[in-house]
Structures are given as C-alpha cells and as structure tokens.
Design a protein around this ligand. Structure first.
Ligand code: AHR
Length: 513
C-alpha cells in the first residue's frame, strides 16, 4: 500500500512538471490582416556605445572593417535580421539634438555634451548623412526622431526639407553642397520623445497643442503620400495621455501614436542582467507580459476616436531594463542578454503580432550595446544575443498574413502568483507557408501544446528552437555561440491536430505546409 501511494505521488509530481495548453489555429478563407514588418523595428540612440563603437567606428584610426565608418560585421548581422526600420537619434537625446550640428565637413562640426547619457562630449561625426546612408546600406527605413523639447518648429521643418526635397530650396541646396544630390525620402518622423518626461515635462494637453503646430510644418516634400508623423506617446499605463491626443489632434495631422513600456521589476532596484533568481525572473516577465493589457487598453481608447484604425499604435521603445554590467559607466546602460531576454522578446512579439490591426510599428530598445541589445561589441569583436536569435526566427512573420491563434495557457506559478506560461502567434507568408511561434516562459516545466487546426490541411511540420541549460545563460565574447537556434523535433502533426512539446524557457517557431 505504502509503495502504491509513493508511486502515485511520483506520478503526480511528473504530471505536475508537464503543463497542458490547448489552442485553436483558424485559417480564414480570405484573411485580411497583415503583420506589418515594421513591428520588427530597432532603435539606435546616441547613448553609451550604441552609435560610437557599436554602429560607427569612424573612417580613420580603426582596424575594424567598415564602410564609410559603419562596421561591416554589424551591417551583415542586421541584414540577416531584415530590420525594417531604425529609429534615431534618440530617445531623450533627440530632444537635445540639433541636426545642423551633424552635417558638413566633420572637422568643422561643433561638439555636443550628451547630458542625458553619461555627460560625454560627442564630436557629431555621426550625423544625418551618416545615418541615412547607413540605412541605405542596411536596406532599412529611417525613422527620425525630431527635437521638440529644445528645438524650434523651423528646425524640424528644415530637417524634413533637407532630407526629402528634390526641388530647389535653401535646404535642398545645402544638402547638395554637402555631397548628396538626391533626397533620401524619409517617411517616419517622431514629433518629440517622452514629452511627459525628458522631452520637456509637458502635460498631455500642452503637448497635444504643441504637436498640432509641429505636425503642421512637417510637410510631405516628396508628394508621394508616405509621410508618417508619430506623436510622443504614453508612459506605460498613462491612458489619459492617449485619450488627450486622440481627442485633441485632428486626424489629418497624425499617423501614429507612440507607447513606451520597459520590462522592469523595480525602477529603483532593477537587479543584475545575468545573476538573477526565479523571483526576479517572474517579476520581469510579469512586467513584460503587461504589454498585453497596455496594448488592449490604449487600443480601446484609440478605437473610440478612430474606429477605422487609421492611426497606428507605435511601441517605439520596449525591452528589458536591468542594472548596468559591473564596472561600466552607469549612464551607458550596457547590460548582458540572457535567455530571460529571449523570453521577453518572444512573448512581446507574439503580443504585437496578435494586435497587428492596431500595433503597426515597434522598436526594440536598443540595437547595439544598450539595454536589450541584439548585438554586443568589444573593439573588433561582435556577438549576437539570444534576443537577436528570436528576432531572426520571428522575421518569417514580417508582412505575412495574420492567422488567429487562440490559446488557453497553463499557468506558470510562483508562490501564490500566476502568469500564462505559453504564448503564441501565427501567420501565412507570401509563399503559402504557415508559421506558428510559441514561447514557454515557465523555467521549470515543459508544456504540451495541443493545437486544433481549422480551415487548412497541412501535410508537414518542421521547426527551430532557442533554449539553453539555464535561464541565466548568455553568449559571451569567449563563447559567442553558446545560445543559437537549433532544429526542433518536438512537433507532431496528425490530421488537423498538432501536438508540440515545449521545453522549459524555450522559443519555438514552426513551419507548416
Ligand atoms: O532607451 C533609453 C531611454 O529610455 C530613452 O532615451 C528614453 O526615451 C527612455 O526613457
């Protein structure tokens, strides 16, 4: 009897280590919603070693292979990610940046003190031409963040004319004088950044009025109709901000409203990037998954004023934020990137995909050496982080047709708190291939996901997985390939029933045809 009870308890404990999640994948006859590739955008601020030392090493005094000062290894890696857009020059830095200081002969450019990030003096050697030419090299669309905080309307209007006007004008002549005959055609323009904080500590009502004025003078110099003006948006759950902008800004002056939300356990005690316990991990994931609620609630406000969903919700800053690496400048925000970051990336991108009717652009903060970076550099060395690999695995969703995947997740439990363990999203690409991305954030338990497929008969399934031995694992310059995607064998398709076994803390992308 004692043995039977013991075996029963043992069986229960094994069952407990196996979460059960059910889902339905519906393939509508004529699906209409697209997952914009711009959800997979990136962000490059003049902050720490993101630009200088990250993207840009300059043209002299470097042994690092480069094209016009931009690292070739970085360009190759980002091209593989298919980055659709890149936001620059900030962040908080943008509202201190005067673009005319960054054009013309480099040796004549004035310096600027980066008051937000480390107080370092920059020589403005990476300016408008350098950034826009780099975007051409990367095959990505530029997203310029205009200075509303400390700049003038005329300054922003001049910048737009300088980069976009083909005809004869003072600014297009200046551009030509600086060596660029043809305009670049920049569609995406941010009108200030975090106007509620570092961008000027404005109230929503004051900002809405200022926005109307600035947006009026950001003209479509290309006459191609592609102009996309993005208002500085809410800080996480500041719904009053979104409501005020939606109410007070005429629809012909705005194409997008931003939202910033970072996954942080406590702004006063952010915790280290690699040495964390499960309690901290749980807290980070709780903060990251809050994105679902934020997107739903901001979208509901937008729906009230814009039922046709003309205006996009642009989550132009998101990602995990921890303490800086020991011994590094606290103002440089340099942090390592572990499997925890892979979980944040996979789960957040699933949320964006699933709300792609309204979320049509997003920017991970930030591309290189800052916060949840996809790339870290150390002199001539470069490594790809787990977040990079998730972005690469997920790039199959870019501009693909959204397919609804409804999921009833098992719980990831810690003490008395619960989170959904599994998240997912699905799409069909232009070649007819269906991709399903699944994330299991539970660090201890495997998950069996049973997906009922409606509306399609798939013949085969293959997949890739990103996981590792411990949640704290990360790629280092000594071991840059500790974490890389591998072939996944845990999916089984029988008729219209797909069973997937997700290991603890794993990201899986399946392909079905
Ligand atoms: O990404 C780092 C900083 O976070 C940005 O400069 C700012 O917009 C936000 O507060």
């Amino acid at each position: 009897m004692k043995n039977t009870i013991l075996s029963f308890l043992l069986l229960l404990s094994t069952l407990g280590a196996y979460g059960q999640t059910t889902a339905t994948l519906r393939v509508p006859e004529k699906p209409t919603q697209t997952i914009s590739r711009h959800i997979y955008g990136h962000f490059a601020e003049h902050l720490g070693r993101c630009i200088y030392g990250g993207f840009y090493v300059g043209e002299s005094n470097t042994k690092i292979p480069h094209t016009a000062g931009v690292r070739n290894d970085v360009v190759d890696a980002l091209k593989k990610l298919k980055i659709p857009n890149l936001r620059w020059p900030g962040g908080c830095f943008a509202d201190t940046y005067h673009w005319k200081d960054g054009i013309g002969p480099k040796e004549q450019r004035p310096t600027i003190v980066n008051t937000w990030w480390g107080g370092v003096t920059e020589n403005n050697s990476f300016g408008t031409h350098d950034f826009l030419n780099m975007c051409e090299l990367l095959g990505t669309e530029p997203y310029l963040a205009g200075n509303m905080g400390s700049g003038a309307v005329q300054e922003l209007a001049d910048w737009v004319q300088y980069v976009n006007f083909a005809g004869v004008s003072p600014m297009s002549s200046l551009r030509k004088q600086n060596g660029r005959e043809k305009p670049w055609k920049v569609n995406y323009w941010g009108i200030g950044n975090e106007a509620w904080g570092c961008g000027g500590n404005m109230t929503a009502e004051y900002y809405a009025n200022e926005y109307r004025k600035y947006a009026t003078f950001v003209s479509d110099w290309t006459n191609s109709g592609g102009l996309f003006r993005i208002a500085s948006g809410a800080n996480s759950g500041d719904y009053h901000w979104t409501e005020t902008l939606m109410k007070n800004v005429p629809k012909n002056l705005i194409e997008g409203i931003a939202l910033h939300h970072y996954a942080v356990i406590d702004w006063n005690k952010k915790g280290p990037s690699t040495k964390f316990e499960e309690k901290t991990y749980f807290g980070t994931m709780k903060s990251a998954l809050r994105m679902e609620e934020l997107v739903q609630k901001h979208s509901a406000i937008m729906d009230k004023y814009d039922p046709g969903k003309k205006i996009a919700l642009v989550v132009d800053e998101w990602g995990g934020w921890y303490e800086v690496e020991p011994g590094t400048n606290p103002g440089f925000l340099y942090q390592q990137n572990t499997m925890r970051d892979a979980m944040i990336a996979g789960a957040t991108l699933n949320i964006f995909n699933n709300h792609s009717d309204r979320v049509r652009m997003a920017n991970l903060a930030q591309t290189i050496n800052v916060l949840q970076a996809v790339i870290l550099t150390e002199e001539e060395k470069m490594l790809l982080t787990p977040t990079y690999h998730v972005m690469e695995m997920y790039n199959v969703h870019q501009d693909a047709t959204y397919l609804p995947l409804s999921l009833q997740s098992a719980a990831y439990t810690l003490g008395s708190e619960k989170l959904n363990a599994v998240s997912g999203s699905a799409s069909r690409d232009k070649n007819g291939l269906t991709h399903v991305s699944l994330v299991n954030i539970d660090p201890k338990n495997k998950q069996e996901v049973t997906i009922a497929i409606e509306g399609a008969n798939y013949k085969s399934v293959t997949g890739r997985i990103l996981t590792s031995k411990t949640l704290q694992d990360h790629n280092t310059f000594a071991k840059p390939n500790l974490i890389t995607p591998a072939a996944f064998k845990g999916a089984n398709l029988k008729g219209n029933n797909l069973k997937v076994e997700l290991p603890p803390f794993s990201v899986v992308v399946l392909e079905m045809k």
